[in-house]
Write a protein that binds this ligand. Structure first.
Ligand code: 8DG
Ligand code: MG
Ligand code: MG
Length: 143
């Protein structure tokens, strides 16, 4: 059986900021299983980055967000995976539309649950494209 050749895909990820903290969830996925990552997912046809950010955050956490802005773009190539893949990662930042909202684990098959973590004390291990972005200077609080 032959599979279609892999192609790069566009992913929008969202650094949702509350005070000095950001929202992270532990992944349940063949890619980066058990690592902490931002809410986010694949850009759908016709969407703006901001629309995708709001939709993915809503789908995964139930939260409504505002002040959605582009922070940086990263190219992440996963050649060592069983299914090699490549993501152009669009890193956005945003804040809660209403500070009283509490994240819900809407997709428990893909995430152990969401929580707020101090930017200066992030949990380990981070999903490696997020880790790499931070090592390269990604900081949603300094833009
Ligand atoms: P979808 O079906 O909802 O569209 O996608 P998903 O199931 O939510 O996809 P995902 O794995 O959460 O995100 C898509 C890709 O985005 C992921 O496989 C790799 C890339 N990505 C990064 N950094 C991050 C990050 O910090 N969090 C998430 N969730 N994805 C990231 O490059
Ligand atoms: Mg996701
Ligand atoms: Mg998703």
């Amino acid at each position: 059986e032959t599979e279609a050749a892999p192609v790069p895909r566009v992913a929008v990820v969202v650094c949702l900021m509350k005070g000095k903290t950001v929202l992270l969830g532990r992944r349940r996925s063949s890619l980066g299983d058990s690592t902490f990552s931002l809410p986010g997912g694949h850009l759908e046809f016709g969407e703006s980055f901001e629309e995708c950010a709001a939709r993915e955050v809503k789908e995964e956490t139930g939260l409504e967000i505002k002040n959605i802005e582009l922070v940086t773009v990263r190219n992440s190539v996963f050649l060592d995976e069983a299914k090699p893949c490549q993501y152009v990662g669009i890193f956005m930042r945003a804040v809660l539309a209403d500070d009283d909202q509490v994240p819900q684990n809407v997709e428990p098959n893909f995430c152990d649950g969401w929580d707020w973590y101090e930017w200066d004390a992030l949990p380990k291990p981070l999903f490696w494209p997020l880790e790499n972005a931070i090592l390269a200077g990604f900081n949603p609080f300094h833009t």
